[in-house]
Design a protein around this ligand. Structure first.
Ligand code: AMP
Ligand code: ZN
Ligand code: ZN
Length: 403
């Protein structure tokens, strides 16, 4: 009788074990690397042996479609929350709350750590609530207070921190005792974006930055191999957006077009938000539409559906978007740099990369364009975390890349 009982308890426990959630010892690891501004076609320059290894031994997409506007912070938050900027809150790298007068800026340490701007839930927050330890060696939104909104381990952003030190930091986390070891780690490198802004997409400087970040991926893979963790660690390499060369003669001065119609302007470059003073909306729209060459004019309610750029209360009444390669400016302000990004997210030059390798991914699998908002549900699937239900990303659009 007693024996029978013991066996039935063991049997039931076994059924639960087999059908239930991933056993902690079986949960893989994920390292999510962002190579800022790494355009989809840079992988075809023959400069990236390590990323090519990832493509060969794992999954690679033709491109990764960013969200609009194709800027760094809106896209890193879209990747990590699975939400469009109108829902996760970070609509630009810098923007103003017209109700309180406060401003958010990627360079403002206190704003960047202030949770009031972030309306989405980052993957690390979802995961840690479910007992999965996370770490971040830089990611927009990772330094937030209170502590439960940030990963257990994170570093405060330091633009000039040597890349080798960052890789070493990630490898150190992977060497922690299992009970303290993070299962999800982010890593970030800016060089490809920074050099292309300054020298253009075809420059030798951009090429060396591509080589440099590819070497960091190689260094990380070597480190993981040395730790004998290659069969447990998934490495996902993405970029937030692409890049396009600009020309000093392709500049549109919106203040000249609007003349004496009183308006406030936010943003410069590929996108500009125009807020006419009360009573001047129609006049501003009329003038902009009459002049409309090389740019498009929308009321915030009527931007293209696929931008999902209407609902956020800080978006101005009028959104102007230049044609790719063209810039919106205010007279007297200087146009800097040789290349930029921010345009329509359906423009192929704004697309980034997605390559991934590891135990959870198919091998030598090539696919078409993936969307960056689908990465959050993908991470949830890989790490056996229950996703938030209010997200924009869809697992169905991406899970076929998994084994
Ligand atoms: P963008 O203006 O869209 O090209 O933004 C790229 C810049 O964002 C990089 O050159 C970095 O200086 C900055 N950046 C990236 N990640 C962070 C971060 N976590 N905190 C602060 N700044 C960042
Ligand atoms: Zn960027
Ligand atoms: Zn940039």
């Amino acid at each position: 009788m007693r024996k029978w009982r013991v066996w039935s308890i063991i049997g039931v426990a076994l059924i639960f074990l087999l059908a239930g959630p991933l056993h902690p010892a079986d949960r893989p690891y994920v390292i999510l690397i962002s190579l800022d501004g790494f355009r989809w076609d840079y992988l075809q320059r023959g400069l990236t042996p390590n990323l090519e290894r990832l493509q060969r031994e794992g999954v690679s997409a033709l491109s990764l479609e960013p969200v609009f506007p194709t800027k760094t912070f809106p896209n890193h938050l879209a990747i990590i929350t699975g939400m469009y900027p109108e829902n996760h809150g970070i609509i630009f790298n810098r923007f103003r709350d017209p109700f309180s007068g406060r401003s958010y800026s990627l360079g403002d340490t206190s704003a960047v750590r202030d949770p009031r701007w972030y309306w989405g839930e980052a993957f690390w927050e979802t995961a840690e609530r479910q007992g999965v330890i996370c770490a971040s060696y830089f990611w927009p939104g990772s330094e937030m207070r209170p502590a439960y909104r940030s990963p257990t381990y994170f570093e405060h952003y330091e633009h000039n921190r040597p890349y080798e030190v960052r890789v070493e930091g990630v490898l150190k986390w992977l060497q922690l005792p299992e009970a303290q070891r993070p299962h999800f780690i982010t890593l970030y490198f800016d060089a490809v974006d920074s050099k292309a802004h300054r020298y253009g997409t075809q420059s030798a400087e951009t090429d060396s930055a591509i080589v440099r970040v590819d070497r960091m991926v190689g260094r990380l893979l070597d480190g993981i191999a040395e730790l004998q963790l290659l069969d447990q660690v998934n490495v996902i390499v993405v970029s937030d957006h692409g890049m396009l060369d600009i020309h000093p003669e392709r500049v549109i001065y919106l203040d000249r077009i609007l003349g004496d119609t009183p308006c406030e302007f936010q943003q410069r470059g590929p996108v500009m938000m125009v807020q006419p003073k009360p009573g001047y909306r129609e006049e501003a729209l009329r003038k902009l539409r009459a002049a409309g060459r090389n740019f498009r004019v929308f009321t915030r309610e009527a931007v293209p559906d696929y931008w999902h750029f209407s609902n956020h209360p800080f978006i101005s009444d009028i959104v102007v978007v230049a044609e790719p390669g063209w810039l919106l400016q205010i007279s007297g302000e200087q146009v800097r740099g040789k290349a930029t990004h921010g345009w329509d997210n359906h423009t192929i030059s704004m697309h980034g990369i997605f390559v991934a390798m590891g135990p959870s991914f198919k091998k030598g699998f090539k696919t078409g364009t993936l969307r960056n908002i689908d990465i959050y549900p993908l991470l949830c699937k890989i790490l056996d975390v229950k996703p938030r239900q209010n997200i924009d990303g869809r697992l169905e659009r991406i899970e076929f890349i998994l084994r």
